[in-house]
Design a protein around this ligand. Structure first.
Ligand code: KIV
Length: 274
């Protein structure tokens, strides 16, 4: 292997890289992407992990929940992202209904994602109740990221998108689930919308990286939905979200300008024609 090849390979983020980052105390950055163009920009910016989240069901397809997105649709999104990414670790959500009932089905779903998209790992929502599925996927050599706290695939069980695990019993279950996921071999866990002190307790108790979304500052890294932090999904305003741009306004202003230029005959001008 040439020096160039080996140095570019060394720069790729792997599951080991993020575990090493936790050991060094270096925070891990993670964002979502569902298509080639966005994934190229997110990767080029130096993000550590790109999540092809089932939030694509809301953001890309306009569904109210993450439940309708299918395995085929997740593979379509993941393949586009993988084609764009040169450095980041690409993790793909197993969609609702593709892993909960049966560990064999879970393994088949994970294998399809890895084979057909070229992604590097999968993410599953849930703790002890899906542990057989997680173990079976791991036994095939597929890295697994867990997801506890607010797990949007269970929205009809929770009834609302409010903060989870405020009560002792639910907090204790989440803590025990995190230990079980670590013991089973998950390389990392996402904690969504839980009290900051619980995030801290879990992050201190396990050696694998804890990535938070609305889980406070004491965890090992942060994840946001890219379209939210860029201000494209302007109606979504949870407390944990920091907006870095107001792209909804920027884009609609630019399109209004274009429409004006077309209607007035200003576009195309002398230089913009053959
Ligand atoms: O689907 C998704 O985007 C997620 C993140 C919110 C963690 O699971």
């Amino acid at each position: 292997m040439s020096t160039t090849q080996s140095s570019s390979a060394e720069k790729k983020v792997t599951t080991n890289t993020v575990q090493e980052m936790k050991r060094r105390g270096e925070k891990i950055s993670m964002l979502t992407a569902y298509d080639f163009t966005m994934a190229r920009m997110v990767d080029a910016s130096g993000i550590d992990i790109i999540l092809v989240g089932d939030s694509a069901s809301n953001v890309m397809a306009g569904h109210e929940t993450t439940l309708p997105i299918t395995l085929d649709q997740m593979i379509y999104h993941a393949s586009a992202v993988v084609r764009a990414v040169m450095r980041a670790l690409v993790v793909v959500d197993l969609p609702f209904g593709s892993y909960q009932g049966d560990s064999k089905q879970a393994l088949n779903s994970a294998i399809r994602i890895m084979k057909e998209s070229g992604a590097h790992a999968v993410k599953l929502e849930g703790g002890v109740e899906i542990i057989d599925s997680i173990k079976r996927i791991l036994s095939a050599g597929i890295p697994v990221m867990g997801h506890l706290g607010l797990t949007p695939q269970s929205i009809y069980k929770f009834g609302t998108y409010t903060v989870r695990a405020r009560e002792t019993e639910e907090a204790e279950k989440l803590y025990q689930d995190a230990l079980i996921l670590e013991q089973s071999g998950c390389f990392s866990i996402v904690l969504e919308k839980i009290p900051s002190l619980l995030g801290k307790r879990v992050a201190e108790a396990v050696r694998i990286p804890i990535i938070g979304i609305g889980a406070g500052p004491h965890v090992d890294g942060q994840v946001l939905v890219t379209h939210d932090m860029l201000g494209m999904t302007y109606q979504f305003q949870p407390r944990f979200l920091r907006r870095y741009l107001n792209l909804y306004k920027e884009i609609t202003d630019a399109i209004t300008h274009y429409i004006h230029d077309v209607k007035t005959g200003d576009f195309p001008n002398e230089q913009e024609q053959y």
